[in-house]
Design a protein around this ligand. Structure first.
Ligand SMILES: NC(=O)c1ccc[n+]([C@@H]2O[C@H](COP(=O)([O-])OP(=O)(O)OC[C@H]3O[C@@H](n4cnc5c(N)ncnc54)[C@H](OP(=O)(O)O)[C@@H]3O)[C@@H](O)[C@H]2O)c1
Length: 221
């Protein structure tokens, strides 16, 4: 049976790699650009859902932002903005798409989180808080939706070679981070996409409510 997936953040980086990987599995994609669905705006998801009837079998939330700032320099507005993009819009999309998945008695939801949901790094207060919230939501959703055949998971990448990583780290820092993994390198976005493709497939029948860390062994040391 051909499935459909709604994916955010599919224009670049990890989201784009996931979209391309799912297309190979014959999954039909709904992948709005930022100009069609700006996740930083509180009403954007509601407005988008009112104008477009979206009933995907699969929801993947890959959009995210990270503007590192020390705690004293972080404004409430800045904190709210990161929470809006990284968590609140994900919550709203989940609310909007779950009822039809429940009716069909099949659904897969994946939230792209980060190893910084459980590790700390200076300047990541807003980012870490938003990703930790995403994973708490994942566990609650897994319990609430499980009886209707909806499996919900978070994926926590370590360091992936994308624009976001290059924007927030110097070349020297990237080399240090790569050396800190067991594999001695950053991940390629396709490697994260492969894990997500499994999680949203029919092959995944029992894995739910988890935060799956894909960090090349960075967090084991
Ligand atoms: N890269 C890493 O090492 C890493 C590690 C751990 C977790 N992650 C997570 O993985 C996800 C993807 O990261 P990435 O590295 O692929 O980042 P990226 O290359 O910067 O791509 C981010 C994507 O999110 C979209 N986006 C950001 N703000 C948006 C908004 N307000 N409305 C709509 N779309 C918005 C961007 O849209 P535009 O193209 O329009 O800008 C882009 O498509 C994020 O959630 C990130 O936190 C990344």
């Amino acid at each position: 049976m051909s499935r459909s997936a709604f994916i955010t953040g599919a224009a670049r980086g990890i989201g784009k790699a996931i979209a391309e990987r799912l297309e190979k599995d014959g999954i039909r994609l709904i992948r709005p650009s930022r100009s069609e669905l700006d996740l930083s705006k509180p009403d954007s998801v509601d407005d988008f859902c009112r104008l477009n009837s979206i009933h995907p079998d699969i929801l993947i939330y890959a959009a995210g932002e990270n503007f590192p700032k020390p705690i004293e320099d972080t404004s409430i507005e800045g904190l709210q903005q990161t929470l809006q993009v990284n968590f609140l819009s994900a919550f709203r999309l989940m609310q909007a798409t779950a009822p039809e998945m429940r009716r069909r008695k099949w659904g897969r939801i994946v939230m792209i989180s980060s190893c910084y949901s459980f590790l700390a790094r200076p300047g990541r207060v807003a980012y870490s808080a938003s990703k930790a919230a995403l994973e708490a939501m994942t566990r609650t959703a897994a319990l609430e939706f499980g009886p209707e055949g909806i499996l919900v998971n978070s994926v926590c990448p370590g360091f992936v070679d994308t624009e976001l990583t290059r924007k927030n780290n110097t070349l020297e820092r990237i080399q240090t981070l790569a050396a800190g993994t067991a594999l001695g390198r950053l991940a390629n976005p396709d490697e994260v996409a492969e894990l997500v493709a499994f999680l949203v497939s029919d092959k995944n029948t029992y894995l739910t409510g988890q935060s799956l860390v894909i960090d090349g062994g960075f967090s084991i040391q």
